[in-house]
Design a protein around this ligand. Sequence first.
Ligand code: CMP
Length: 241
Amino acid sequence: MVSDSKSPIESKLIDLAALRQNSVLFAALSDADAWELIQLARQESLPAKHAVFQVGQAGDSLHIVLRGSVKVSLLSEEGKEAILSILGAGEVFGEMSLFDGEPRSATVTTMEPCHFLVLRRQVFLPFLEKRVHVMLELIAEMSKRLRATNDLVGNLSFLNLSARLARILLNLVQQYGKVTPNGIVIGLKLSQEELGHLVGVSRESVNRQVRIWVDSGLIDYDHGTLVVLNSDALFREALAS
Ligand code: CMP
């Protein structure tokens, strides 16, 4: 299930150009530095719906998503889930414990089969210390996430369900949207339960809102695949409080 590799031949199977396009970390590295970092990393594959790590666990490594997507979530004692973020190819997670030495701040679970690069603190920190510009890119990325979390908290406190859901769908369109003749397809399967966990409401409440928008032609939703049919109308929903 889990495979490790440090062989130069397998490392070269990594599509560096594609990684550069999605990853702020790799975009900031020269070719030589990028390959050095890949050589320092372990590779790991996990199937869908598998916990990469759980909140509270000790951890001293960060993961870079090469393929697939993961959700970052918190779980209540009764097992209720709040999804803080969905991260896709090129994005980094696990950097918080790597930098501050504290336990994992959230649970990270694969949403589809995933392939990662994994870097341990003892090799990554010396690499970063010699490349301050890369460290600055990582700090900027962490600031972006804090902003997104501020938005999430603000939206939860100040907006009604339809505006919150519309904003989440528009964010997903930005990250995963593919324009097709049939509308903008969000290339990530999401159950109604997961949509509810993203918005902070029950599956039933999110289901009601999805039905209203499907009936009025704003979106289509079929077996976890969301298609935005009328993005202007969705923008208007996102702005209504
Ligand atoms: P770490 O605390 O090591 O393990 C959980 C990871 O989830 C964390 O590092 C971050 O990479 C990520 N994470 C935690 N909180 C958020 C958030 N609010 N938004 C995006 N990613 C997060």
